[in-house]
Ligand binder design. Structure first.
Ligand code: UD1
Length: 418
């Protein structure tokens, strides 16, 4: 089993290019199933979840080929076929095949999807919305079977709660449905916007992109298109926070600055100097980080839950205390145990709130990643810590980071994969 070895205590310095977005590329790849012709998905990150999605598309009959920094997908001959169960259960994003396959074939058969264990993560919002479009679902031995025998029909969908994945599923199904679909309470995350932008490139008509009310005119034939996947705001945020944790100065090339408002605001509160330019985002850490008194995760444009564990790790070094509240997922504090082992001090208030007591000096330890972003938080903690840190469970980190060791070595870190 691979592990990441870090000798901490180096201030990160230099520049690093930010990879394409995981959460934007996955639904876009699923969307290629709705098209006839070849799609070119440029700046597609080479991460485990993308490889899984491509494997799933191939199993459905798509032609897939990497070309430079992108991937070409032709779904001309795609249809409903048996998909490899491990690729479905290995990631939450396989869920977007529900909407895409219902849209393409009117039928879907798949195992319950997996993904990081960061909360209950039910799929009721996905199924409920697709049912409103005319699909019926039942379950047979852990397999979801969805059918739309009379086809999908556009309707008004009022989301009871904001959900990125459910909004993406609605969009994927609704572009193929008869008539207009209106989604109220749609998720506004940039990844939903990227999916809609791609579908519009393919010939779909979607209005209200980037707002919480989407209007989708369904039933148009979609052709192949080209898109450049936006840079990953979570990877950019990870390296920004790593820079602050190590007292460094870093240029994040291609950082999606317009999508990073909340993390930029946090960095300013911590005392960082930031400068945006055509090259990217320059970040200079202060001599001493000033803890922000409170930080809570929110739906976009609030502070992203995917950066919460990483912010928590950095907060251990700040001057003062910080109350962190997790409002999106209920099981996102699993990183507290290894961070406590490394010398972090925390007071757990309740299931969703933790008080980080700052001014701690972390010490290198052998720790285990148990999910993607928590794993990245342990890598950042290792960069901040004295001595050697060994992070096991790299497979989780590979789900979202192309090559975290290469990127951080470019910034001067002493970090190796063994
Ligand atoms: C996506 C992202 C994930 C990010 C999350 C929130 C992908 C592949 N993953 O996950 O990285 O952390 O958005 O920004 O894009 N919920 C329900 N029922 C459902 C669906 C969701 O109750 O059917 C709840 C979830 O448990 C959670 C909240 O809704 O509490 C938001 O989840 P959602 O926005 O759906 O997250 P994902 O799409 O799974």
């Amino acid at each position: 089993m691979d592990s990441i070895h870090i000798r901490g205590g180096v201030r990160l310095q230099g520049k690093v290019r930010i990879q394409g977005s995981k959460n934007a590329s996955l639904p876009i790849l699923a969307a290629t199933l709705l098209t006839r012709g070849t799609n070119h998905i440029r700046n597609c990150p080479k991460i485990a979840d993308v490889y899984r999605m491509l494997h799933l598309l191939e199993s459905l009959g798509c032609q897939v080929a990497w070309e430079g920094d992108g991937v070409r997908v032709n779904a001309e001959d795609a249809g409903l076929r048996q998909m490899p169960a491990d690729a479905i259960t290995g990631m939450r994003s396989s869920l977007c095949l529900l909407g895409a396959l219902l849209g393409r074939t009117g039928r879907v058969v798949m195992e319950y999807p997996g993904g990081c264990v960061i909360g209950a993560r039910p799929i009721d919002l996905h199924l409920g919305a697709l049912q409103q479009l005319g699909a019926h679902f039942h379950e047979e031995e852990g397999t979801i079977i969805g059918e739309a025998p009379r086809g999908l029909t556009g309707t008004l969908i009022q989301m009871p709660k904001s959900s990125v994945g459910a909004t993406e599923n609605i969009v994927l199904a609704a572009v193929m449905a008869r008539g207009e679909t209106i989604v109220r309470g749609a998720a506004r995350e940039p990844e939903v916007e990227a999916l809609c932008a791609f579908l519009c490139q393919c010939g779909a008509k979607i209005q209200g992109i980037g707002t919480d009310e989407l209007r989708i005119e369904g039933g148009r034939a979609l052709h192949g298109a080209q898109i450049r996947v936006p840079a990953d705001r979570i990877v950019a945020g990870t390296y920004l926070l790593a820079c602050l944790g190590t007292g460094g100065s870093v240029l994040l090339e291609d950082a999606p600055i317009g999508h990073m408002g909340a993390v930029i605001a946090l960095a300013r509160q911590l005392g960082a100097t930031l400068q945006a330019s055509s090259e990217g985002l320059f970040v200079q850490a202060p001599d001493v980080l000033t803890a922000c008194p409170a930080l809570s995760t929110e739906i976009y444009p609030g502070f992203p839950t995917d950066l919460q564990s990483i912010a928590l790790a950095v907060m251990t070094a700040a001057d003062g205390t910080c109350l962190i509240e997790e409002k999106i997922f209920e099981n996102r504090f699993r990183v507290l145990e290894p961070l406590t082992d490394m010398g972090g001090h925390f007071a757990r208030i309740d299931a969703r709130r933790v008080l980080v007591e700052g001014n701690s000096t972390l010490q290198g330890r052998e720790v285990e990643a148990r999910e993607l972003r928590g794993g990245a938080a342990l890598v950042v903690a290792g960069l901040m810590a004295g001595g050697e840190t060994v992070v096991r469970g790299c497979a989780f980190i590979d789900r979202g980071y192309e090559n975290i060791c290469r990127d951080l070595r470019e910034l001067g870190a002493r970090i190796y994969r063994v």
